[in-house]
Design a protein around this ligand. Structure first.
Ligand code: 3H9
Length: 705
């Protein structure tokens, strides 16, 4: 019998425990172990009922995602065939009860739905999140879920990948009972209570009502929230079959669709994204046992958009936070925004008023440094200017306790220069949050040359506490995200000078899958801010190199973007953007004055120029060691810059296009557009050697052939 699954009789109840840390995934050995335990329990005359339960922190989080990744990279595709096991469970003449704590996700919930009864503790969660991985549930999910909760709800859950908490699942009929108190004794008691009941409730025997309106609503949801994604559409096909075909045939259809989805590029990319998002926590030179500093109290400097957002993120995690600004007006303005954001969440039913009150009570506005000496971390979120930051860090250095982490939210400035004004550069680190900071998941954690390992561990731990994706990056201009975004934004501006419109560029980027077009992003972030950042670095621009012309003009016209109602676009009172003929005329005039010949630009050229220039910069970042691995760059881009996760991130996308193809195109642009397109040496080398960015780790560590 497999060690991953064990069997113990509790009187007449056989308890089968799955013990495959960390999340009891259905890795090789688990299905086999389960099958063997089920057979033993069935054959044992002393056993009247069977309980399946998870050991450790959770029930079963689904099929083993790492196994999927391995079989994809081996060019195999396909997942485990769990149908025979689940059929054996459903066929069992003795009742099978699945007892859930933690989560029953994907194959875990499919296992539970094949059992006769499902019970759970109140904080358990269930769902079929396979669409997040680009795959169709493949172990009966699309056939059994509609039989339990109805076609419309099943379709909504599968398309959205929504995780449902136990009380709601009970109401939906997905669970049979909630167990207050200890799960195991509760499950054994439940099994004894139901042992003699016949007939056994078998999910497959239930009838699915067809529901054209429910399916149409789910199709709509897929169009809106899963743009360009294939798995949700395929899952809907399988769900439709649940309403029209007998169970066995529906199951067969699902299996075919699931297998097909697993061989798609989108599944590879989304599985890569899942793994990449977790790999960021593994920092090559940071020993796993590096203890972070305790972090209970925080202080923030600057009550602007960023400072307020960071304060909310901290308060949401229960961290006490002081927030300082220089004037009462600035402080008041900041707090009004915080309060308004919270009130909106209460109005939308995200949490009750009392939660808002608790969070507000954790945020203490002030004009001085009083209490900063107690802070475990100070996060400076002031104006993006080196002079301002240096002055602030000199002040913080005087008040903060010795083991206080001194963090800056700078998005571009040199951490070492900021640290140089303190007496303890080893305590200084960058924590680059993204706006709105209480919502956006990414935090770039920027290590300076002196930053201590415990300080890095503390910032990483903070990101985890805030439920964000913390990615460690090096201290180069713009770090990783913005360093790649600047050339992307520059290229987009060149494209409009050469003949495209902002709307055409944004539409092409949207169609590619970017959450927002670059000009819409610029208008949201603020053209004034962008312009000031450009000014900060104006001295680095080599003379004679082409520079975009429009940003200065828009800035000088006071077209700062959404905040002024005009920028690249013009905005109505609901902040809806429309192309502005005035801007388009200005672009044409500007191009003419500069002698730029305008022409038709294709969407293909837009994508190549915007995305490949980013990839080229990513290759430089990798080679310089400013990101630990290519997948860290991907994680930054899909969690913070709206890059479509179903394309895996820019570096993964480059691998799928082929580095040789990208290099050839970049070389062509280099010839045509000059020095800004010089190929990154690493890209050139990898392209010519037939390598991929995913293989960078091995090359760097000298393990590759
Ligand atoms: C499926 O079931 C297909 C079926 O239809 C059958 C088809 C034939 N496999 O997220 P965390 C690891 S598809 C392998 O940091 P949390 C994870 O990598 C699957 N490993 O913790 C990490 O490892 P490490 C459908 C997995 O508490 C560690 O567990 N299921 C899996 O924040 C901790 O993870 C899903 O999509 C897995 N399935 O969240 C569920 N899951 O420590 C995916 C996790 O080395 N999982 N790991 O970095 C989740 O949503 C979250 O991990 C979970 C825990 C909520 C479970």
């Amino acid at each position: 019998m497999s060690q991953l699954v064990s069997l113990a009789n509790h009187g007449p109840v056989a308890v089968i425990t799955i013990d495959n840390p960390p999340v009891n995934a259905l890795s090789p050995g688990v299905p086999e172990g389960l099958a063997s335990c089920i057979e033993t329990a069935k054959a044992d005359p002393a056993v009247e009922a069977i309980v399946i339960i998870g050991g450790g922190r959770t029930f079963v989080a689904g099929a083993d995602i790492n196994e999927f990744a391995k079989s994809i990279s081996a060019g195999k595709g396909g997942g485990p065939d769990l149908t025979p096991l689940f059929t054996a469970i459903e066929d069992s003449p003795k009742p099978v009860v699945v007892a859930i704590h933690g989560a029953a996700l994907g194959g875990g919930l499919e296992l539970a739905m094949a059992a006769h009864y499902r019970i759970a503790v109140p904080d358990a969660q269930v769902g079929l999140p396979e669409a997040n991985l680009g795959i169709v549930p493949g172990a009966g999910g699309t056939q059994r879920l509609p039989r339990l909760v109805g076609l419309a709800k099943a379709a909504e859950m599968i398309v959205s990948g929504q995780i449902v908490k136990a009380p709601a699942a009970l109401e939906l009929g997905l669970l049979d009972r909630m167990i207050e108190g200890d799960l195991l004794p509760g499950a054994v008691a439940f099994a004894q209570e139901t042992a003699a009941k016949r007939p056994l409730p078998r999910t497959r025997e239930r009838v699915v009502e067809t529901d054209a309106a429910g399916l149409a609503a789910a199709r709509d949801l897929a169009r809106k929230t899963r743009r360009n994604q294939t798995a949700p559409v395929m899952a809907l096909e399988a769900l439709e079959a649940a309403g029209t075909l007998p169970f066995a045939e529906g199951l067969k259809k699902e299996r075919e669709l699931s297998a097909k989805s697993l061989t798609s590029e989108q599944a590879s990319a989304l599985i890569h994204a899942f793994i990449a998002e977790r790999a960021v926590a593994k920092i090559p030179d940071l020993p796993k046992d590096t203890a972070p500093y305790p972090l209970h109290k925080a202080a923030i400097i600057g009550a602007g958009t960023m400072g307020g957002g960071i304060a909310m993120a901290l308060a949401n995690a229960g961290i006490d936070v002081r927030i300082k600004d220089t004037t009462q007006e600035a402080l008041d303005r900041g707090l009004v925004t915080v309060r308004r954001n919270y009130s909106n969440s209460v109005a939308k039913g995200r949490f009750p008023q009392e939660v808002m009150d608790q969070r507000m009570a954790l945020i203490h506005p002030q004009l001085d440094y009083a209490g900063f000496e107690e802070a475990d971390i100070v996060i400076e979120a002031a104006f993006e200017s080196m002079a301002v930051k240096k002055q602030l860090f000199a002040e913080i250095d005087k008040v903060a306790k010795p083991d206080c982490v001194l963090a800056t939210n700078t998005s571009t400035l040199d951490i070492d220069e900021i640290a140089s004004v303190t007496s303890r550069p080893e305590m200084v680190i960058g924590t680059h949050f993204f706006s709105p900071a209480h919502v956006m998941r990414l935090v770039e954690i920027v290590r300076g040359k002196a930053t201590g390992k415990r300080v890095i561990a503390t910032a990483m731990a903070l990101a985890k506490t805030l439920r964000k994706v913390g990615v460690l990056v090096g201290n180069s201009m713009g770090f990783v995200g913005n360093r790649m975004m600047f050339p992307y934004m520059r290229e987009a501006q060149f494209l409009v000078e050469e003949g495209a419109t902002p709307a055409q560029v944004d539409r092409a980027l949207n169609n590619f899958g970017m959450a927002m077009g670059i000009f819409a992003v610029d208008d949201m972030g603020g053209i004034d801010l962008n312009w000031r950042v450009q000014q900060e670095y104006a001295h680095l621009v080599k003379p004679g190199i082409r520079q975009p012309l429009m940003l200065r003009k828009l800035f000088e016209m006071g077209r700062y973007g959404q905040k002024t109602g005009r920028g690249w676009y013009v905005y109505d009172e609901n902040r809806k953007a429309a192309p502005d003929p005035e801007v388009e005329a200005l672009i044409e005039r500007t191009a003419k004055d500069a002698g730029i010949e305008r022409r038709q630009i294709t969407d293909e050229e837009i994508i190549e120029r915007c995305i490949y220039i980013m990839i080229n910069e990513g290759a430089r970042i990798l080679e310089e060691g400013h990101a630990s691995r290519a997948s860290d760059i991907d994680a930054i881009y899909f969690s913070g810059y709206g890059f479509p996760a179903y394309r895996g991130g820019p570096m993964w996308y480059a691998d799928t296009v082929g580095l040789r193809k990208i290099y050839d195109k970049i070389e062509e642009f280099h010839q045509k557009h000059g020095e800004l397109w010089a190929p990154a040496p690493l890209l050139k080398r990898f392209a010519l050697e037939g390598r991929t960015f995913a293989g960078w780790d091995e090359v760097r560590e000298g393990k590759a052939a």
